[in-house]
Design a protein around this ligand. Structure first.
Ligand code: 1CP
Length: 333
């Protein structure tokens, strides 16, 4: 059994597996090298040969316990036929949302649009490069995808004032997303993903109707993923009550963000926990890194814990700090 599954399924606490969110990305010189010659980000995600290579880059360098496939949560809107572009120094930029067209899209077409992602997974499995490790497939949660699809740019840049006004649009979109996110989960598992992570990066923006936007849609995906026999990790970034989330949604493991008080959470839940460390700690020095990492390792000493960050690794992170992090975690007794 892989180290993460030992932790997730057998509740082992004697070893702490490690991988990092956004580990296949911009802090790696070898990624930047490929990116330099591939200015269209979506096309890069659809190039299974290169996306496989990028997926394996952090494994080759750091020997992490899991690979997360190089892809993006916005591949689902792309697969549904909405235009998605990534502009340099701006971030994602989506085209207009045509709900009538979305209501008509067939499963076959969606799968065809995303087929290179499934090929990447099949090739990864064939190559044996991830022997003894997990391959993490992922999806965006309905709320976060809905935000991007309606707002068309990152909510960091502000939410359109009319955002919540069109209830019919929102309700239709939630239904469509539930159906197609499940299709994407199933196809990733069938192609070789051994764990699924659900990223709800903007969950913290939900201020009311938690059942409608957070709990019900996520629970539906969690139950579905479990029914396919795969563990499922949830990352509802920024929510104020992780214990309540865990009680209602019951993921196989919860990824915490850096604002969560780990000791307090530990008193309230018993499922395996992943993550927490502020990614900015990796921008400081090795002594401080050791101190901050050990805090998490000590707190979770007797609890199934997978080391990870409280959000994605920052592009300015130095390689030697990641090497040091892996060493600290692996040497911890
Ligand atoms: O080179 C570049 O300019 C592209 C940067 C980049 C990368 C490396 C983007 C654009 N996406 C990715 C890969 C990616 N995205 C992975 C790959 C696997 C890994 O290494 O972990 C994953 C898991 C994601 C997931 C993702 N995309 C999330 C959820 C996690 C999170 O960070 O909150 C979100 C919100 C996105 C949207 C997205 N894609 C890219 C950017 C810059 C953004 C964020 C835009 C915003 O500010 O809203």
């Amino acid at each position: 059994m892989t180290p993460i599954k030992e932790c997730l399924i057998n509740n082992k606490t004697d070893l702490v597996p490690i991988w990092l969110m956004r580990q296949a990305g911009r802090y790696l010189p070898e990624f930047r090298e490929i990116r330099k010659n591939n200015s269209n980000f979506i096309n890069l995600c659809l190039n299974s040969k290169l996306s496989k290579e990028i997926t394996l880059q952090p494994i080759k360098r750091f020997d992490f316990d899991a690979a997360i496939i190089f892809s993006d949560i916005l591949m689902i809107p792309y697969g549904l036929g909405q235009k998605v572009e990534f502009k340099k120094n701006f971030g994602p930029n989506l085209g207009d949302l045509d709900i009538d067209k979305l209501l008509e899209i067939e499963e076959e077409e969606f799968i065809k649009n995303l087929s290179p992602i499934y090929e990447l997974l099949v090739e990864l499995k064939k190559s044996n490069d991830l022997k003894g490790k997990d391959t993490i497939g992922f999806v965006g949660a309905p709320w976060t995808l809905l935000v991007y699809m309606i707002n068309k740019v990152s909510p960091k840049k502000g939410l359109n004032n009319n955002f919540f006004l069109n209830k019919e649009l929102i309700n239709n979109l939630l239904k469509i997303l539930d159906r197609f996110i499940k299709i994407h989960i199933k196809n990733q598992i069938n192609a070789g993903a051994t764990i699924i992570q659900i990223f709800d990066s903007w969950a913290g923006m939900i201020k009311s109707d938690f059942d409608k936007y957070l709990y019900n849609p996520t629970l539906s995906l969690v139950n579905y993923t479990k029914s396919l026999g795969a563990p499922v990790i949830c990352f509802p970034r920024g929510i104020s009550d992780y214990s309540q989330f865990c009680r209602i949604v019951e993921p196989s493991m919860i990824n915490i963000d850096y604002n969560v008080d780990p000791k307090n959470l530990l008193k309230n839940i018993d499922i395996p926990i992943q993550g927490g460390l502020h990614p900015q700690v990796l921008l400081t020095d090795k002594a401080n890194l050791r101190k901050e990492v050990k805090k998490y390792l000590e707190i979770f000493k007797n609890h199934p814990y997978v080391f990870n960050l409280g959000h994605g690794i920052l592009p300015e992170t130095k390689i030697e700090m990641v090497e040091e992090l892996v060493k600290i975690v692996r040497d911890f007794k």
